[in-house]
Design a binder for this molecule. Sequence first.
Ligand SMILES: Nc1ncnc2c1ncn2[C@@H]1O[C@H](COP(=O)(O)OP(=O)(O)OP(=O)(O)O)[C@@H](O)[C@H]1O
Length: 353
Amino acid sequence: MTKIELDLDLPLGGSFRLVVASQLPGRGITGIFGHSGSGKTTLLRFIAGLQPCKGATLIVGGQPWQSGKQCLAPHKRSVGYVFQEASLFPHLSAKGNLDYASKRAWPGSSPLKRDIIELLGIGSLLNRYPHQLSGGERQRVAIARALLINPSILLMDEPLAALDEARKQEILPYLQTLAAHIAIPMLYVTHSVSELSRLADSVLILDKGRVKAQGDITQVSEMLGLSDPLHPFSILPAQVSEVHPHWKLVCVKSHKASLWLPDTGLAVKTKVRLIVQAKDVSLSISAHQDSSILNIVPARVDDIHSQTDGMLVKLHSEAGPLWAKISLRSAEHLQLHSGQALYAQIKSMALSQ
Ligand SMILES: Nc1ncnc2c1ncn2[C@@H]1O[C@H](COP(=O)(O)OP(=O)(O)OP(=O)(O)O)[C@@H](O)[C@H]1O
């Protein structure tokens, strides 16, 4: 496994310093998340050898890329890099771009070219030139090209940021399939929580150059959910337990609760993540039987934060940890207090597979 060990303290112009001492998983997608200017791109550039940092340590799969005085030059690091804009050679077809990479592949066992082409669904595009491809197709070819050099790590810096929503939705399933099939670590920089919740197994959250949290996405979900304090949300891991064709609903089990969602064709046992916006959770003292809301779960108040536009309530619910955003009037009406037992009504939630 190509585990990544990082230890760097990098002062950059002004008062900004990037300080990271972490170990990142050797497989799957690790999301690098943080506000603009938090140091995400600088971290990828350091790993690629493009951003020098004296005294830092970087061990990739047991190989020291930087340690003490030793520092591998960028061209000696087996890194695949995918940027926001697909940087394909415009004078080469998609196939020409891929061949360029395979001729320069690092030695060692690598996935087959035809498998990478298939995983990214670009077989029918090979004879086209970059200007004849859509943004999403160009990006899929760019990812294939980055993988064909047989890298030890794939670095992706906001690879979907330049695409419209429809193109993003088109490319996400390919990235999910890649992560499941390619046995190298992929570091994925993004501002998008929905991309993170859909793709990342583990997350490193940067804040002003420091690691604010790191771990499995469910371990850091509370921090992620508060990354925009005005629009908090919760991430709940769940699994489809039942499909109900008559109601056109599926039932998912999240922690101890069973929640109902519109049927989008998911099979029983499919693992999903639910994103629940705090504004979509309301609270009641009793479990209303006469409500059209499908999902009502017992909960206990953990904490209450006063915000400019209402109260943010941290709940321990049968579906897992939940944030609810309610008005000050409702909080007073419910006589809200820590430890109080009540019911959380989840009005809607997004599902990412
Ligand atoms: N070569 C440099 N010299 C001086 N300062 C730099 C340099 N490169 C980056 N910075 C500063 O370091 C900080 C982190 O930049 P970085 O590009 O890593 O952030 P980011 O999290 O990727 O931001 P964004 O999401 O906007 O792309 C910023 O304040 C930036 O201005």
